[in-house]
Design a protein around this ligand. Sequence first.
Ligand SMILES: Cc1cc2nc3c(=O)[nH]c(=O)nc-3n(C[C@H](O)[C@H](O)[C@H](O)COP(=O)(O)OP(=O)(O)OC[C@H]3O[C@@H](n4cnc5c(N)ncnc54)[C@H](O)[C@@H]3O)c2cc1C
Length: 256
Amino acid sequence: MSTRARQYDAQVLRRTSVSDHLVRLVLGGPGLAGFESTGIPDEWIGLVVPGQFQSRYYTVRSWEGGELTVDVVIHDVGLVTEWATRDCVGDTVVITEPKGSFTMPADAGWLILVGDLTAMPAMARITGSVDAPTRMWAEVPDDLADYLSPEVKVEWLDPPADGGSRLAEVVEGIDWPEGEGYFWMAGESAQMRAIRKHLMREVRLPSTAYDVMGYWRGGGVRQPRAVDPGPIWRAGKAAGKSDEQIWADYDRARDG
Ligand SMILES: Cc1cc2nc3c(=O)[nH]c(=O)nc-3n(C[C@H](O)[C@H](O)[C@H](O)COP(=O)(O)OP(=O)(O)OC[C@H]3O[C@@H](n4cnc5c(N)ncnc54)[C@H](O)[C@@H]3O)c2cc1C
């Protein structure tokens, strides 16, 4: 059986500006027949824009009435960035079937979300689908207060002027709630590796209590693949590997 992800052709039906650095694209058309959401709130698709063969990953902001909405961050440069900056309505793109990775245990008593602008679509969907008390830190250059439902308590952080991020400091300073909960974070890949180490070694969260996703890679190098950590966890656990060994396997799979 082929293990290739199923692909769909879709047309850009609408393009609107959400904020200075965020563009909303609504995709549709007959090519999306058969597309199904996984229901996992951080689910993503691969997107290939016209004239390109490389894909980039985007969160399914919504899938309703045959229309798929993605919110695309406009970076300084970038393959999808350049395309989405232009009027792309009417263009045909290729998307892959969705995958998700958010696996909050049903009995989790709290949820903590941390991310940059690229994580906002996933964090918005997660907060719209989870009832547990939630705290969230977002490092974004735009005013996105209206992007989330008003009851979500968010600490907004301005990104540092040097292009770096203070999210690692935020995580190191978290006053962790009592009891069992779930931590979800997405951002720059090297930083996410360091954060996982911190969670494993210092905070000692069990591996089932967090999901830390590298969403992009700094330094102008090839972007990592989006890999579902679930099967890698299960195989690693079955093989008796430590959490660190399993996350190293996950990073290798993403570099592949
Ligand atoms: C599972 C998953 C879900 C994602 N969901 C979304 C989403 O919903 N919306 C979204 O916009 N992105 C999302 N991303 C991130 C997105 O795939 C990357 O940011 C991607 O690199 C953007 O593609 P590009 O073609 O515009 O830029 P690229 O050609 O890939 O990169 C160009 C340059 O921009 C830099 N760059 C890329 N991302 C950032 C960033 N966040 N901050 C600063 N510099 C950056 C790169 O280092 C590179 O130098 C997701 C990633 C994953 C893995």
